[in-house]
Design a binder for this molecule. Structure first.
Ligand code: M6R
Length: 611
C-alpha cells in the first residue's frame, strides 16, 4: 500500500523524506513523488513512475531539492494506472495546496462532479487529486487550514491518511487519518509523519498514533493535535521498544531470509512474554476467567497468512480445549448474515493491524456486542486499538512482504489461547498441559536445527526451479501447513501452486497432474500419514514427482518419494511451527534462483488497507 513520509524542521527535508520512503518500500508501490518548500519559496514537486531509485536519481538523493518542509509518497495504484501523472503529491492549479494520500476516497466521483461544477478541472485519474482539490475548495472558502481539513473529513467517505502543505503556511504540515495508518514523531530536530514507524525510527522512538478523525499540525516547534471541531486535544506518545537496526537488513541479502532466521528469537520472546514463572498470563485478553468460561464458541478471522494461522488454530483449539471453532476469511466473514448466540469470542489475527477487511470484520462483531480479541504485531495499529483485548506478538518490525516471523508468532499466540481455554475447561491432564508448555519452550531450539539444515532445502529448490505447477497436500494440521506453504511459494516465486486437503484432490483437481508435476506431501500428523501417502501414490501413478516433508523417525515412507529434511519431533499440535520453516526457505530459495524481487514481490503490498 502507499507510503507517506513528511518532515518539517531545521534540516533539508528531501533527503530525510527519501530515506524514509526507502524504509517503506516494503509496503509495495509503483511510483513515487515528493513536494518540498522553503520558507517563502515556491512549492517544488518531483514525481516518477517505477522504483524510488528513479526519483532519487532525478533529485540526487534529494540534494537538488532545497526546502525544510516536505511530504513524500510511494503510490500503490488504485484509481488510475501507475504513471508520473497519477503519482502523488497532487496539487491545486496554483500549486499552493499540495497533498499525499493513502487509502481510497469512496465518494470521489460525486465529489469530483461537484468540484467540476464549481470550475475545477482534473489532470489525473486519482481520487487523491479530488481530495486535494476538495481541501483547496474549503481552504479558499474559509481561509483556514484546520477548517479546510475538517471539512474534507466531513465530506469525504472512505479511508485516508492525508498530509497537506499550504504555501501560505511556511514550515507546516497538516495531517488527518481515517482507517489508514499514520504515525507522528517529534524531536528537537523537527517533526515527522509516516505511514509506519520504520520510516522515522532513525530520528525518534517516541511516536504518536493519531486516531480516526484526529488532525495533526506539524512544525519545527512541535506537533499539535485537534479534533474535527478544531479543539486542541492532548495525546500520549508511545515509546517504541525496538531500535532502528531491527528494521535494517543487518548484512542479510534480503529481509525475508533475515526474518526467517529471527524466528527462534521471536518465538522465544512471544512465549516468554506470556509465560511468567511457568504460568500462562493472558490478562491482555481483558477477559476474566469467568467471562472466558462463558464463551461457547470461537470465531477466528483474518486475511492471507493470518487466516492460515486461524486454520491451524482451529485444529489445535478444538482438539486441546474441546470448544467449537470456526475460521473464516475476513473479506467473506464481514458480509455474512451471521447467526450469533452472543456467547462467541471473535479473534482477529493481523500482523499489520491495519488490514481493511479484518478491521471491518472486527467492527461488525463489536457492533453486535460480541467479545473481540486481536492477535496483532504492530503496536498501536487500528485493530489493536479497537479490539476489546489484544495479544501482541513479539515479532518486531516485519519488512518483507511475505510474512514469516509474524506468522510464527501468531501461531504461538493461538497455541497459548488454546492452552488457556484447555486449562479453564479442564480438558487436559496436568501432566499433558505441562508437557505442552515445555514443548513451546523447546520450539526455538528445534527451529534453529531446521535452519542449520537450510542448504538441503536450497539444493532441493535448485532442482525444482523450472517447475510450472506445485501442489501441496496434507490432512488435518498438515493441510493447514500446505495452505501457507502454497501461498508463500506463489507470492514470491510466481510459480503456480495450490494447496489441497489430500483426500480432496481426486474429486477433480487430480486431472491437472501431468508428468513431472511436483506434488509435495506434508506428513507430520502420525494418524493421517498413511492416508496422505495413499493420496500421494495416486498422483505419482499419474506422473507426479512426489516430495515429502516428514517428522524424523517416519521411516516407513515409500522409497521412491523424494525426502526433504526430516523435522525435529514436537507435539503434533505444534508441528506447523516447525514444518513451515522449511517451506518458507523453499519459497525463498526458489524466488532468489528465479531472480525475483524477494522482499517486494510484484503486485503485492505489505499492508492491505483497501477492501
Ligand atoms: O497484516 P495482516 O496480517 O492483516 O495481513 C494479512 C495478509 O495480507 C498477509 O498475511 C499476506 O497474505 C502476506 N503477503 C502473506 O505472506
Amino acid at each position: 500500500m502507499c507510503g507517506i513520509v513528511g518532515y518539517t524542521g531545521g534540516r533539508q527535508a528531501a533527503p530525510i523524506i527519501l530515506d524514509g520512503l526507502a524504509k517503506l518500500e516494503y509496503r509495495g508501490y509503483d511510483s513515487a513523488g515528493i513536494a518540498v518548500k522553503n520558507n517563502g519559496g515556491e512549492m517544488q514537486i518531483v514525481k516518477a513512475k517505477g522504483r524510488l531509485k528513479v526519483l532519487c536519481e532525478l533529485t540526487s538523493d534529494g540534494e537538488n531539492l532545497g526546502g525544510v518542509c516536505g511530504i513524500g509518497h510511494t503510490r500503490w495504484a488504485t484509481h488510475g494506472e501507475p504513471s508520473e501523472n497519477n503519482a502523488h503529491p497532487h496539487c491545486n492549479d496554483e500549486k499552493t495546496v499540495v497533498a499525499v494520500h493513502n487509502g481510497i476516497i469512496e465518494n470521489y466521483a460525486p465529489l469530483k462532479a461537484k468540484l467540476m461544477r464549481r470550475g475545477y478541472t482534473f489532470y489525473s485519474d486519482t481520487d487523491t487529486e479530488v481530495a486535494t482539490k476538495l481541501v483547496d475548495y474549503y481552504y479558499k472558502k474559509y481561509n483556514e487550514p484546520l477548517r479546510a481539513i475538517s471539512e474534507f473529513a466531513l465530506h469525504a467517505r472512505g479511508s485516508y491518511a492525508l498530509a497537506v502543505m499550504f504555501s501560505d503556511y511556511d514550515g507546516e504540515i497538516f495531517a488527518i487519518r481515517k482507517d489508514s495508518p499514520m504515525v507522528i514523531g517529534y524531536t528537537d530536530g523537527g517533526a515527522y509523519l509516516a505511514s509506519d514507524v520504520p520510516a522515522i525510527l532513525k530520528y525518534t522512538r517516541k511516536i504518536y498514533y493519531i486516531d480516526n478523525y484526529e488532525i495533526a499540525r506539524l512544525n519545527a516547534n512541535g506537533v499539535t493535535f485537534y479534533n474535527l471541531d478544531r479543539d486542541e486535544i492532548q495525546k500520549q506518545s508511545t515509546l517504541i521498544d525496538w531500535n532502528a537496526e531491527a528494521a535494517e537488513k543487518g548484512g542479510w541479502e534480503h529481509f525475508m531470509i533475515k526474518e526467517i532466521h529471527e524466528q527462534p528469537d521471536v518465538i522465544k520472546n512471544t512465549v516468554n512474554y506470556f509465560l511468567q514463572d511457568g504460568k500462562l498470563n493472558l490478562s491482555e485478553l481483558k477477559l476474566t476467567d469467568k467471562q472466558l468460561s462463558e464463551i461457547d464458541s470461537i470465531i477466528i478471522t483474518g486475511c492471507g497468512s493470518a487466516y492460515h494461522v486461524g486454520i491451524v488454530a482451529q485444529y489445535v483449539i478444538e482438539d486441546l480445549a474441546r470448544i467449537p471453532v470456526r475460521v473464516e476469511i475476513a473479506s467473506e466473514f464481514r458480509y455474512r448474515k451471521h447467526v450469533l448466540t452472543g456467547r462467541e469470542l471473535v479473534i482477529v489475527i493481523s500482523q499489520s493491524g491495519e488490514t481493511a477487511d479484518s478491521l471491518a470484520a472486527l467492527r461488525d462483531m463489536k457492533e453486535r456486542g460480541i467479545k473481540t480479541v486481536a492477535v496483532v504485531n504492530v503496536v498501536g495499529s487500528s485493530i489493536a486499538r479497537e479490539a476489546d483485548g489484544v495479544l501482541y506478538t513479539k515479532a518486531g518490525p516485519e519488512i518483507s512482504v511475505a510474512t514469516t516471523k509474524a506468522y510464527s508468532a501468531q501461531l504461538i499466540a493461538m497455541y497459548l489461547i488454546a492452552l488457556k481455554f484447555a486449562s479453564l475447561r479442564k480438558t487436559l491432564t496436568e501432566a499433558y498441559y505441562d508437557s505442552l508448555i515445555n514443548e513451546l519452550v523447546s520450539l526455538p531450539d528445534k527451529i534453529s536445527r531446521v535452519l542449520e539444515n537450510k542448504s538441503e532445502v536450497q539444493k532441493f529448490a535448485s532442482e525444482m526451479v523450472d517447475k510450472k505447477d506445485v501442489f501441496f497436500i496434507g490432512r488435518g494440521i498438515d493441510y493447514a501447513i500446505c495452505v501457507e506453504s502454497s501461498l508463500k511459494l506463489k507470492e514470491i516465486s510466481y510459480i503456480h501452486s495450490e494447496a489441497y486437503a489430500a483426500g480432496e484432490l481426486k474429486h477433480g483437481t487430480i486431472s491437472l497432474i501431468e508428468n513431472g508435476t511436483l506434488v509435495m506431501g506434508i506428513l507430520t500428523q502420525s494418524e493421517l500419514i498413511e492416508k496422505t501417502v495413499s493420496n500421494l501414490k495416486e498422483t505419482e501413478s499419474r506422473g507426479a514427482y512426489v516430495a515429502v516433508l516428514a517428522t524424523e523417525g517416519n521411516d516407513n515412507l515409500p522409497a521412491d518419494f523424494r525426502k526433504l529434511s526430516s523435522l525435529p519431533k514436537v507435539d503434533e499440535h505444534f508441528s506447523a511451527s516447525i514444518a513451515v520453516i522449511v517451506m518458507q526457505l523453499f519459497a525463498y530459495f526458489l524466488s532468489v534462483l528465479r531472480g525475483n524481487d524477494v522482499d517486494k514481490p510484484r503486485n503485492l503490498a505489505k499492508s492491505v488497507t483497501v477492501e
